[in-house]
Design a protein around this ligand. Structure first.
Ligand code: C5P
Ligand code: C5P
Ligand code: C5P
Ligand code: ZN
Length: 487
């Protein structure tokens, strides 16, 4: 690779990945026309938003395409579009074996900004944290990798072709939405390479980081809904209890309504927020909620300071849910437009899609809770058939892990119908299980390949597609592999 010979301009946010980022950027700057291909979740949409903005600012013509799954068929479709260079974001590494064949046939040059477990093949322009010992499930997302590429593009364009005077640090806002959308936000907030991106976003004035109540809906939910729907910490008499949540709020010594309307978290001042959090923690303690659950009521929050207060876009986790509500329902165009700054028609459409997405998540979770899971020796699973869309079954599985329906000491596998002959599998573990040796990416890949399917992902969360008739054989092999890893 010639990358090492060329000095890297500027002050790169993540030095370990700078050479790879700059090599990718230089190849993109040489291209006549680029096809940008990305994944259909919040991380994939923000990746595409970042990369598309950076390409446009560097004067690089490009088209954008989204795929639910990058497999032999979708890669062949991408090749058929005959672009000289294809920039893959938030996927590509895991499918490098297939991509390399198209490259070898001279069909396109791949430039990859991803964070998934790479296949056993490498390529010249490959930006992935795992190649430099950085954790791809916690320290850098696809959007983060795309952000590093965007920063390198700005630096290279400024040096080489007299490009516009931008450094692309404003794109850190989208990078943080992608990282949080991929659940990379832990007890200490975003760390490692993600932390470096946060610091750049704060310095650029687009992002604010602080310790705050850690419930979903700080910007948009009326206070009773904020408390009632909080599912990760169950507080008896408040969680899933509308009248209880209302009574709790009414007893507090703060104004919880204004002009007859419920106020939202974002409407409270600092003193009012402290009063509410203290009362909530006191109630949790007195109801016997375990201390390690109570701790999770408070966490690190990220606010996009350029967005309108009280909107989904202001809070990174609400923003990521809004994006998931688009591309997972075949409306990636809407999600991308929002990422590119459309605050009119696209935002209105996204909000309407969000209502359906919310309903689907809540119905899906309800279904899992009422049906329960089946226990194997080393894992547990449920098969939703056609009751849960394959594009959101992973989110439901993740939400189920936080509910009493799921035993936290084993990983959970969730099946949903992909089409007439195939099943989608989503697997979710926990940080504790990963520390004990669990690697769901390896399990999903090996178990799916053993039955003629394919899969991959991260240690803590992975997925696969398998022939529908092979579910039980797949389960047996996955159970055996998990047992091996955890022994
Ligand atoms: O395709 P992608 O990498 O974007 O998907 C990552 C998935 O892994 C997300 O659905 C996210 O919810 C899940 N995840 C998780 N726990 C983590 C990290 C990721 O459930 N600690
Ligand atoms: O869709 P996404 O994975 O970004 O959702 C993030 C979290 O938002 C979910 O895990 C869930 O806890 C929360 N959520 C919720 N109610 C909804 C939708 C999402 O509490 N209707
Ligand atoms: O779809 P889901 O959210 O369960 O995906 C979890 C992780 O597994 C994601 O990172 C996704 O890219 C990966 N995955 C994969 N191959 C599949 C399905 C999912 O690598 N066939
Ligand atoms: Zn991702």
């Amino acid at each position: 690779m010639a990358a090492a010979d060329t000095p890297v301009p500027g002050d790169p946010p993540v030095p370990a990945l700078a050479e790879r980022a700059h090599a990718c950027a230089r190849r993109l700057l040489e291209a006549d026309r680029v096809l940008l291909a990305s994944h259909i979740d919040a991380d994939g949409l923000t990746s595409a938003g970042i990369a598309s903005t950076a390409l446009a600012r560097a004067g690089i013509d490009h088209d954008v395409v989204f795929e639910k799954q990058l497999d032999a068929e979708s890669i062949a479709g991408i090749a058929a579009r005959e672009h000289e260079v294809v920039c893959f974001t938030d996927f590509g590494s895991g499918q490098l074996d297939v991509i390399a064949e198209h490259e070898a046939a001279g069909e396109f040059v791949p430039v990859i900004a991803d964070h998934h477990q790479p296949a056993d093949v490498d390529t010249e322009f490959h930006l992935n944290p795992l190649l430099e010992g950085i954790n791809g499930a916690r320290e850098l997302s696809g959007a983060g990798a795309s952000y590093l590429l965007a920063r390198a593009l700005a630096a290279e364009a400024a040096e080489d072709v007299g490009g516009p005077p931008v450094d692309n640090r404003d794109l850190a806002a989208l990078a943080v939405v992608g990282a949080v959308g991929d659940m990379q936000n832990g007890r200490d907030g975003l760390v490692g390479a993600n932390g470096a991106i946060v610091a750049e976003g704060v310095a650029a004035g687009v992002l604010e980081e602080r310790t705050d109540i850690d419930l979903y809906g700080r910007q948009t939910r009326p206070l009773p809904k904020l408390l009632e729907y909080a599912s990760d910490v169950r507080i008896p008499g408040i969680s899933n209890d509308e009248a209880g949540a209302v009574a709790f709020l009414t007893d507090l010594d703060i104004e919880v309504r204004s002009d007859g309307e419920w106020r939202r978290w974002v409407d409270l001042d600092a003193d009012e927020r402290r009063t509410l959090v203290s009362a909530l923690i006191r109630r949790a303690v007195s109801s016997g909620v375990p201390a390690d659950r109570i701790e999770t009521l408070v966490g690190t929050s990220y606010t996009l300071t350029e967005e309108e207060p009280g909107t989904e876009l202001r809070d990174v986790s609400e923003f990521s849910t809004l994006l998931n509500a688009t591309a997972r329902y075949e409306r990636a165009d809407v999600g991308l437009a929002v990422c590119l700054g459309d605050r009119g028609t696209a935002l209105a459409e996204a909000r309407s899609l969000l209502r359906t997405h919310r309903r689907n998540l809540s119905e899906g979770l309800q279904w899992v809770k009422s049906e329960g899971v089946t226990h194997e020796e080393h894992l547990q699973w449920f098969d939703a058939g056609s009751r849960i869309r394959e594009t959101i079954v992973g989110i439901v599985a993740g939400m189920a892990v936080g509910s009493p329906a799921v035993d936290r000491s084993k990983p959970v596998l969730a099946f949903a119908e992909a089409n007439a002959t195939e099943l989608k599998v989503s697997a979710r573990g926990s940080g504790v299980l990963v520390r004990d040796g669990l690697d769901l990416s390896a399990v999903m890949q090996a178990a799916s390949r053993s039955v003629g399917g394919d899969g991959g992902g991260h240690d803590v969360a992975a997925g696969a597609t398998i022939p529908a008739a092979e579910r039980d054989a797949f389960l047996a092999e996955a159970d055996r592999l998990v047992g091996e890893q955890l022994s």
